[in-house]
Write a protein that binds this ligand. Structure first.
Ligand SMILES: N[C@@H](CCC(=O)N[C@@H](CS)C(=O)NCC(=O)O)C(=O)O
Length: 339
């Protein structure tokens, strides 16, 4: 009898898991509490970091604000919690957070073994190496015997191990869980080299006391598609986060910005009318207000606006669009169809 009951429970759980009918949906939960609890990084300039006044800034922060604008019509209904790389996946699995926007790479095992869903990429990155120029190293293949600062619980750690094994080089990892402490250790000269997502190496160099003392080596040794992440088993919440990122990209493709979105409400283009909810349907399909995409663009801007103000060429980071440009300009940013 006990076994029968156990089987019944397992079957019900399996049905919920496979149909995506989550028991209490995250959308209902965030609506009930009135905000979205978002896991972020907290120390990477341009991605998620509070400024001098304590205001959170960055591409991951703006992604979370866009989700809040879609859900609540108010981009400020979001709370941020800083998590280390080791803490981030358990925080999502244990429902401490509703969504993770923390420069997190989509991988096969994170999606399967960790039971997570990665939504549309909000930054295409790749792993690089930052070295002290005084070492005279010009290529990562010259790092034989190097001391390498690396963060645990990251793809970075695993890729570095693969890289040194592949080129039969010895290396001495210096593993420190706190990103801030890791950066300090590198800047204090405890490591010859720091390895990380290349965007973050640029971020660190930009805030280093003497940026010119450091060089980014030419090799990019991995693919790091960074995405907002949600739990398996809640398809509606996945759809909302996924389509929020795509709305940011699609708006840029339409030439729609926070400045001109009001005038676009008068457009007679059926695709724009549908996107902005002038013709209803898209919002309702997601379980949201039909003005969801309008609210995102009006309050947060399109993907290009976010990119330029957080990490773009006119910021301290000075990153080019590169892979993060629209597909129409040779990049990888491509939204699925809004219909
Ligand atoms: N994208 C990689 C790496 C993410 C990551 O944690 N990067 C480091 C770069 S140093 C970071 O965010 N450090 C800042 C911190 O831990 O506060 C992953 O998903 O594992």
């Amino acid at each position: 009898m006990k076994l029968f009951k156990l089987c019944l429970v397992a079957m019900v759980v399996a049905i919920f898991a496979t149909t995506g009918m989550a028991m209490a949906g995250t959308l209902d939960e965030v609506r009930a509490k009135g905000f979205i609890q978002t896991g972020v990084n907290g120390t990477v300039f341009g991605f998620s970091m509070p400024d001098k006044k304590g205001v959170w800034k960055g591409i991951d922060v703006d992604t979370a604000k866009a989700i809040a604008a879609a859900v609540f019509g108010d981009a400020n209904k979001v709370k941020f919690v800083a998590l280390t790389a080791v803490q981030r996946l358990p925080a999502l699995q244990s429902k401490e957070i509703d969504v993770l926007c923390r420069n997190t790479t989509q991988t096969l095992t994170r999606e399967t073994v960790n039971g997570l869903n990665f939504c549309h990429v909000n930054y295409y990155d790749g792993q690089g190496f930052l070295v002290w120029k005084k070492l005279g190293v010009k290529s990562a293949k010259e790092l034989e015997g190097a001391t390498v600062c690396v963060l645990p619980g990251t793809t970075t750690e695993m890729n570095a191990a693969d890289f040194f094994r592949k080129y039969r080089m010895k290396w001495k990892p210096v593993v420190i869980e706190s990103g801030a402490e890791l950066n300090k250790a590198y800047l204090a000269g405890r490591c010859d080299c720091l390895t990380s997502d290349a965007s973050q190496l640029a971020a660190l160099r930009s805030v280093a006391p003497n940026p010119d003392d450091h060089a980014l080596l030419p090799e990019i040794i991995s693919k790091e598609p960074l995405c907002p992440v949600v739990r398996h088993g809640d398809d509606q919440w996945y759809d909302i986060v996924n389509w929020t990122v795509m709305a940011l990209i699609q708006a840029e493709e339409y030439g729609m910005t926070s400045k001109n979105v009001d005038s676009m409400l008068k457009s007679k283009d059926p695709t724009i009318m549908r996107f902005l909810g002038v013709t209803p349907g898209m919002g309702k399909a997601l379980g949201l207000d039909d003005k969801w995409a309008y609210n995102i663009i009006k309050q947060v801007g399109n993907y290009g606006e976010i990119f330029e103000r957080t990490v773009g060429v006119n910021t301290k980071l000075g990153l080019e669009r590169g892979l993060n440009d629209l597909w129409t300009r040779g990049g990888l940013m491509y939204s699925a169809a809004f219909r």
